[in-house]
Design a protein around this ligand. Structure first.
Ligand SMILES: NC(=O)c1ccc[n+]([C@@H]2O[C@H](COP(=O)([O-])OP(=O)(O)OC[C@H]3O[C@@H](n4cnc5c(N)ncnc54)[C@H](OP(=O)(O)O)[C@@H]3O)[C@@H](O)[C@H]2O)c1
Length: 280
């Protein structure tokens, strides 16, 4: 089975647009981009386009590549105080001179729709999530939409980054999976990955996951976005692994679209929580 993230995200966006229209709310997302990295600009454009589709208002703050940490934080603080804005997304990565951790901590947790603020990560790891990071939460949605059971399964995650691997582990654990997280120091990697009922790869290396690393019938989720010979590919050798896996995400058209749909869902959630005066 191909886990079609594009189709799933289209469905989610349609449902969300109807929910927003019926709610009478007017959610707003603000994006902050620093510099003119083409990939970051493309991601921000895609997020604004998704906002339009679901009737979320959006504003974009653009800062020059030489912006200081203080300048980025000042923009974030302005958005924190703006009553029109429900969600704030700072596009990562930030230029080297900007202290990413300080910028993320400056975002008000109740507007942190990216889910990276330590308060939101702490809530996620305490099994009481408010905003979970969009990529791993989108993967959970994709699994649920395809009726793939998680409870009791052995999930192996390749990668331990704060934006993907770690929150993925927390979400799968919260859903009663038995979770193993692997990284560059993991020994006998293929022995570990071959035990996975659900294998999530977020390494960022083209064709890193080969057929010999996957158990027959496993569910394989490919988070990686890599360039190979001018083509966009994931971490997984799709041609070889798709004949072994019971279900697999393609790249492109798998995890990526789910990330954007989840950002929209998080923004509507933020608007609803603010409208009813939810306590943080
Ligand atoms: N589709 C989407 O929406 C989406 C969203 C976010 C990211 N991505 C993509 O996902 C990929 C990963 O992103 P990221 O931000 O998590 O990357 P990252 O911060 O670079 O993390 C990569 C992880 O892979 C581990 N790793 C590297 N080489 C390894 C090896 N030989 N064996 C086992 N583990 C190894 C690293 O281990 P150490 O910690 O030991 O260094 C690290 O934990 C990238 O291609 C990125 O573009 C896609």
């Amino acid at each position: 089975m191909i886990l079609d993230g594009k189709a799933c995200s289209e469905q989610r966006l349609e449902i969300l647009r109807d929910e927003i229209d019926e709610s009478g709310l007017s959610p707003h997302l603000a994006t902050v981009i620093v510099g003119s990295d083409p990939a970051s600009q493309m991601y921000v454009r895609m997020k604004h386009r998704a906002c339009e589709r679901v009737h979320i208002g959006s504003v974009g703050i653009e800062l020059t590549a030489d912006a200081t940490t203080e300048k980025v934080i000042a923009s974030v603080r302005q958005l924190n105080e703006d009553p029109e804005i429900d969600g704030i997304l700072v596009q990562l990565p930030l230029p080297r001179q900007v202290e990413t951790g300080r910028v993320i901590k400056a975002v008000r947790p109740d507007k942190d729709v990216d889910g990276y603020h330590p308060v939101n990560l702490g809530l996620l790891f305490s099994a009481t999530p408010r905003f979970a990071p969009c990529t791993p939460r989108g993967i959970m949605t994709l699994l649920a939409a395809n009726r793939i059971p998680v409870a009791g399964k052995h999930a192996v995650i390749l990668g331990r980054s704060v934006d993907v691997g770690r929150p993925m582990a927390a979400l799968l654990l919260n859903a009663d999976a038995t979770v193993t997280v692997c990284h560059s120091k993991t020994r006998n990697l293929a022995d570990v990955t071959r035990q996975a009922d659900i294998l999530v790869s977020s390494v960022g290396k083209a064709h890193f996951v080969t057929a010999g690393m996957v158990k027959k019938g496993a569910v394989v989720i490919d988070v990686g976005i890599n360039q190979l010979n001018g083509k966009l590919v994931g971490d997984v050798d799709f041609a070889a692994v798709s004949s072994i896996a019971s279900a697999i995400t393609p790249v492109p058209g798998g995890v990526g679209p789910m990330t954007i749909a989840t950002l929209m869902e998080n923004t509507f959630q933020a608007a609803k929580e603010r409208a009813c005066g939810s306590v943080w």
